[in-house]
Write a new protein. Sequence first.
Length: 276
Amino acid sequence: MSKQDNVICKKLRKKIFITGFAGGMAHLASCYSAVEIIYSLYMKDIMKYDPNQPTLPDRDRFILSKGHAGLALFAVMVEAGMLAEDEFDGYLKKNSRIGGEPCMRDIPGIEATTGSLGHGLSMGIGMALGQKLNGYHAKTFVLLGDGECQEGTVWEALLLAPAFHLNNLVVILDANQIQKMDTIENIIGISNWRKRIEPLGWNVKEVDGHDVDAIVSCLKEDNLHENPVFIIAHTVKGKGVSIMEGNPIWHFKLPNRKEKKIFMQELDITEGEMTV
């Protein structure tokens, strides 16, 4: 991972924390496990889109199925020129278009309203199928949380996509191994994602979800199969702040005064930036 990418991803985490803290609530840990993935899609020549024309019919599409990580998507959209900085700073304020989860009604460039978990992949299948039926050389990308994969609709969609031979559909699993209250293993015991997904007909790959170079290389590989791609991105929930990494209590928690100092120190945030 290049020094420049590392600097930008740290900057994104910094923006997410300052804005989420000012808003009074945020799923910081869920955002932090997904930063490099979303950044790679929008900023490393993976997705085909025009920030000035977000509704072009032949665009690539991205669905953040784990919608509670919306702040990470909004931060990257600012970086990509799809969202104004002052709008991002208005997170959760009165009359703001920026809420806790993505809403396609409010923000151009948001492809699906998410937050109710388990539905993003089903919507993605419809979009990918529509792209094929319309003759567009376009892809649909869906970012799933591993916790939401306990929803039955996810498994119905995982069965359906290969049946339609949707080789323009790419699913990325944010495999941070933690859900709301505990680890995935303790709650439902899901392990070895490849063993579960590959027999369904998916082209399964694995990658370090915090290595931008590895993510980009994986995404740029030609899909020589007729079926969709499923990328297991191994991530750390809360990546970037030591007290938050791999700790389930941070799913929907903001830091107290003592913890806030650790965030500020590790993300290089000044007191002045916190009061803007």
